[in-house]
Design a binder for this molecule. Structure first.
Ligand code: BJW
Length: 230
């Protein structure tokens, strides 16, 4: 590969072939609720039981034996392993399929489903069970302070400084399986373009920010990602 500093962004499309639903495909609804009704701090304040149930269901699904990394997750882990330069994988996904496939230099910019966070101290805890509103927080010993460690609309995504710094210095930016509807991730391609990087979109279809990319390859991630890293 002729590049030396790669940043890769992934979205829900990379996990679709592992059996995890994307957000904006088909009807895009969960129990007739739009995403904005369950993925905002306001929704959590208004109806924490509903929001916890949404994440409990997804956590249980993620932990079921049939959900495993697919060829696209594995191809990225192999690329990182053998790549001699700087490599950063930024995922918007809250599943753990990249790390299960072996990816190491990874940022979960929208959080992690297998962690809970204390809303008071900010401390995170691994969880594999359901999270309930009345659960007692291990750090502050209070009930009602634990929330899913995820980034909702209106909240600041995680590790943005590290991401922007890698984007400002990369020579290849690859976006995989994301619709380009959610910012700031949808704007990363512009940062990479400003840095003079080559930008590539690997997706089933052209995304909302598809025009900003220099190169496109359309198809299922398991196929296009594997071919791209070969
Ligand atoms: C396949 C495939 C296969 C299918 N193979 N491909 C303008 C500028 C900046 C911000 C804003 C703005 N306007 C509004 C905002 C605010 C807002 C926002 O973007 N709103 C939009 C709706 C307009 N953004 C925020 O609030 C963010 N915070 C923020 O901006 O803070 C201030 C800030 C300012 C400046 C710098 C930095 C920060 C926070 C956003 C948090 C998003 N949270 C969620 C939920 C997380 C927890 C959870 O999972 O429940 O994150 S929403 C949801 O969308 C989730 C996803 O990570 C995210 C992106 O979805 P993704 O991954 O793109 O999935 P889909 O379903 O949309 O697309 C899948 C794609 O895959 C499709 O294209 C398919 O075709 C494709 N595909 N199968 C390959 N097999």
């Amino acid at each position: 590969m002729k590049y030396s500093r790669i940043v890769i962004l992934t979205g829900a499309g990379i996990s679709a072939e592992s059996g995890i639903r994307t957000f904006r495909g088909a009807d895009g609804l969960w129990e007739n609720h739009r995403l904005e009704e369950v993925a905002t701090p306001e929704a959590f304040a208004k109806n924490p039981q509903l929001v916890q149930r949404f994440y409990n269901e997804r956590r249980r699904q993620l932990l079921s034996p049939e959900i495993t990394p697919n060829a696209a997750h594995r191809a990225l882990a192999q690329l990182e392993k053998h790549f001699p330069g700087d490599f950063l994988l930024v995922t918007q996904n809250i599943d753990d399929l990249h790390e299960c496939a072996g990816s190491r230099n990874l940022i979960h910019m929208h959080g992690e489903l297998l962690k809970a966070r204390c809303a008071i101290s900010g401390q995170c805890f691994s969880i594999r069970e359901d999270l309930h509103v009345e659960a007692v927080c291990p750090c502050c010993k209070r009930s009602g302070t634990l929330r899913p460690h995820v980034v909702w609309f209106g909240e600041m995504p995680l590790e943005m400084e590290r991401i922007y710094s890698a984007l400002a210095d990369c020579d290849l930016f690859v976006s995989i399986g994301t619709s380009g509807n959610v910012y700031p991730a949808a704007g990363f391609v512009e940062c990479a373009n400003r840095a003079g990087a080559h930008s590539v979109e690997l997706n089933l279809e052209r995304s909302s920010v598809g025009d900003a990319f220099a190169e496109h390859r359309h198809g299922p991630a398991s196929q296009v990602v594997t071919e791209f890293v070969r």
